[in-house]
Design a protein around this ligand. Structure first.
Ligand code: DGL
Length: 272
């Protein structure tokens, strides 16, 4: 395994690009190969078996690019297929659950943590189990927020938008009532709603972004394994999707927080 190989990042769709944004900030000299399963998104409403099958196909595709590490930048995949991927993959793996939970238990002061994610993520209790393993005294309050994914995909994310504010209030009211002081944004789409969520919860509530924590953790793992690239030229990610790449640029710009020249290729994920 060479340190010059790329880091493979995948998600059920384009939400994982919010994690790629953090990788590009933290590790600009690392080559990223990203796969977004745009032809089969969403995963969050699917069964365990289907999510696992898809997750292994996605990882197998990235392995064909000789990646040195695989990152599931997807709350749903990390929650439902994370342990299986970790056991079976031939390269280092991380999902978003463990690094994010690790930071959340360190951030909370009153021991009350909220977790928001897709129905599959919340149904798996992945974050709750991990948080309580790290600190059995924390209280965890979980809330599935499926409409958040649709809001983000339709660009209805502005903190002053009435629809955004209404949906945020509907989902977050219970967590606010429980007086959580830390909320895990357990889905790759949710960082785009950070401002609206923070406006509702109040600025004293810490919002933990799974993309940022995962990129930091991946950097640590690669460092420990002497797999960080020593080539100091900034790299541009290479993108692959399973549906038409039409419209990729505008959505990618939203998640990446910047406009850039994209190389995006459509592949047939059912082959892997
Ligand atoms: N990427 C998914 C996640 O982070 C959200 C979209 C989906 O349901 O596939 O959980």
């Amino acid at each position: 395994m060479s340190s010059q190989n790329a880091i493979g990042v995948f998600d059920s769709g384009l939400g994982g690009l919010s994690a790629v944004k953090e990788f590009m900030n933290l590790l600009p000299n690392e080559k990223i190969v990203y796969f977004g399963d745009t032809g089969r998104v969403p995963y969050g409403t699917r069964s365990r078996d289907t999510i696992r099958k898809y997750a292994f196909q996605d990882a197998n595709f990235l392995l064909t690019h000789d990646v040195k590490m695989i990152v599931a930048a997807c709350g749903t995949v990390s929650s439902v297929a994370g342990s299986a991927l970790e056991q079976k993959l031939s390269v280092p793996y991380t999902g978003v659950v463990n690094p994010t939970a690790y930071t959340a238990v360190r951030k909370t002061k009153n021991g009350k943590i909220g977790v928001i994610g897709t129905a599959a993520t919340v149904g798996s209790h992945s974050y709750k189990l991990r948080l309580q393993k790290l600190d059995p005294s924390v209280e965890v309050f979980e809330q599935a927020c499926p409409l958040f994914v649709s809001l983000v995909e339709n660009g209805i994310i502005h903190r002053d938008d009435q629809i955004t504010r209404l949906v945020v209030r509907r989902y977050m009211a219970e967590l606010k009532e429980q007086e959580v002081d830390t909320v895990i944004l357990g889905c790759t789409h949710f960082p785009l709603l950070r401002e609206a969520i923070s406006d509702y919860m109040g600025e004293d509530v810490a919002l933990v972004d799974s993309g940022f924590e995962t990129a930091s953790y991946a950097a640590k793992v690669l460092g420990e394994k002497n797999l960080l690239s020593d080539d100091d030229t900034p790299k541009t990610p290479e993108f692959f999707v399973s549906d038409t790449p039409d419209g990729f640029e505008s959505v990618a710009g939203l998640f990446l927080g910047r406009d850039m020249v994209h190389s995006v290729t459509q592949i047939d994920i059912e082959q892997y």
